[in-house]
Design a protein around this ligand. Structure first.
Ligand SMILES: Cc1cc2nc3c(=O)[nH]c(=O)nc-3n(C[C@H](O)[C@H](O)[C@H](O)COP(=O)(O)OP(=O)(O)OC[C@H]3O[C@@H](n4cnc5c(N)ncnc54)[C@H](O)[C@@H]3O)c2cc1C
Length: 403
């Protein structure tokens, strides 16, 4: 198959999420025409992802946006695994990563900060276009091009592209229309995220800005993001959404975490279904998948968006090799292998293990896990491999070794 990225047909990107935006900016900066189609009327103020890992920040340097992204958030030099009952905590210092990264910290900032930065830059580029109110509904391909159908305010429109990238999220229309299976499972419980400006750090001595708090009954994740604490809890499957989002329920959960007089001020509340799924293929001819369209996992460890951005960068590098005549189109099958296998072998298994560890019911297993974290955090020789793994540095390296 011959792929001409500089012909009259642009690379079409479905979805202006963080993954689609990363690919769009990379290609546009290389002079490739790109057309990004977004279903919403403006960039969604998506509060899901807030944790950015070091290799993602290193990669975004190439697009010259890391500094601006960092300026929107909070640099997190350490993060903790806590036992809610005993108050013990393992404190991992990101500086222990040494020279494994140019950004030895986590960044806490909402995912929409990236999409806003990218779309502002794309606006000023002649070879890039972002169309809002364009909901992709279908895709087909022939020997030379893809045709993407989008619902627009003016009716249905067919758009021709050299390739299409599905960055249209977990319910990807492109993945469905291409009949690509999304294998895996959905957890019975939903996750509730509530944000509060209340200074929870007053109730937990030495609290970091990112904390995984284990408890057999009431585990939670505490993340600081733009002057708010975001608290993530699992919820009982038998409750209705209305019950879970009620003031009563949220206040009860927050009071269990920190006993205060009166109510917590709650700025946001959202419920999420949680899945572990990976698409059977990331490439079919001129159709490519990445980000949540290709894989979804529970948010413990903050790997969904980060992994998706790693997909976009890996793919963009391979597309540029095709463009420079250094590779044929079958290098896109290597993209499929590298990113799909690493997702299954690392992101899926690590995020499932993270959930099992934080919710462990058996008191012995719970104690053993906490002791393991404390031992690793206290010994730089153990902390380094732990940090390299949880920061996704190793998974990025390992993905490029897959042939
Ligand atoms: C509670 C929670 C916390 C999380 N925290 C983290 C974290 O800290 N770190 C992390 O790495 N990950 C985290 N994640 C996961 C992260 O949010 C996702 O992995 C990430 O949003 C995926 O980005 P994406 O660009 O692939 O898809 P999305 O962000 O879902 O973007 C898809 C875009 O496509 C648009 N779209 C959808 N359908 C169509 C269509 N048919 N046509 C055109 N446009 C369409 C949407 O409007 C949207 O703009 C979290 C998830 C949850 C639920």
């Amino acid at each position: 198959m011959s792929i001409n990225l500089r012909g009259k047909d642009p690379v079409i990107i479905a979805g202006a999420g963080p993954v689609g935006c990363t690919l769009a900016l990379y290609l546009a900066r290389e002079g490739i025409p790109v057309l990004m189609l977004e279903a919403e009327s403006e960039l969604p103020e998506d509060l899901r992802a807030s944790t950015w890992h070091p290799p993602t920040l290193d990669m975004l340097d190439k697009l010259e946006i890391t500094e601006e992204l960092i300026s929107t958030g909070l640099i997190v030099p350490n993060y903790q695994y806590r036992d809610r009952r005993t108050g013990e905590y393992a404190d991992f210092k990101m500086a222990d990563l040494g020279d494994a990264t140019r950004h030895p910290y986590r960044l806490q900032t909402e995912q929409f900060r990236l999409t806003r930065i990218v779309c502002r830059i794309l606006e000023g580029m002649d070879n890039a276009e972002v169309r809002f109110n364009h909901t992709v509904t279908n895709v087909s391909q022939d020997a030379d091009s893809v045709t993407v159908t989008a619902d627009t305010p003016e009716g249905s429109e067919d758009l021709r592209g050299s390739l299409v990238f599905a960055g249209d999220g977990a319910n990807s229309a492109i993945r469905r229309k291409a009949s690509i299976e999304f294998e895996g499972f959905t957890y019975p419980e939903k996750f509730l995220v509530a944000s509060t400006p209340y200074p929870l750090e007053d109730h937990f001595p030495g609290l970091a800005w990112v904390n995984y708090i284990a408890d057999p009954d009431e585990w939670c994740v505490l993340l600081r993001c733009n002057n708010l604490w975001r608290v993530l809890f699992p919820t009982p499957p038998e409750y209705t959404n209305e019950q879970l989002l009620s003031d009563d329920y949220i206040q009860k959960r927050l009071h269990f975490l920190a006993e205060i007089e009166g109510d917590f001020e709650v700025k946001h509340r959202t419920l999420y279904n949680v899945h572990q799924r990976v698409a059977k293929n990331y490439r079919i001819g001129r159709i490519l998948l990445g980000g949540d369209a290709a894989h979804v996992n529970n948010p413990l460890g903050g790997m969904g968006m980060n992994g998706g951005i790693h997909d976009a960068i890996n793919l963009a590098e391979k597309l540029m090799m095709i463009d420079r005549g250094e590779a044929e189109d079958d290098i896109l099958d290597l993209y499929d292998r590298q990113r799909r296998i690493i997702c299954k072998d690392f992101v899926q298994s690590q995020s499932i293990a993270n959930k099992k560890a934080i919710e462990a019911q058996d008191p012995e297993a719970h104690k053993k896990q906490q002791a393991k974290y404390m031992e690793a955090a206290a010994d730089p020789e153990l902390a380094l491999p732990f940090l390299r793994c949880t920061s996704m540095i190793d998974s990025v390296r390992d993905s490029y070794e897959i042939q």
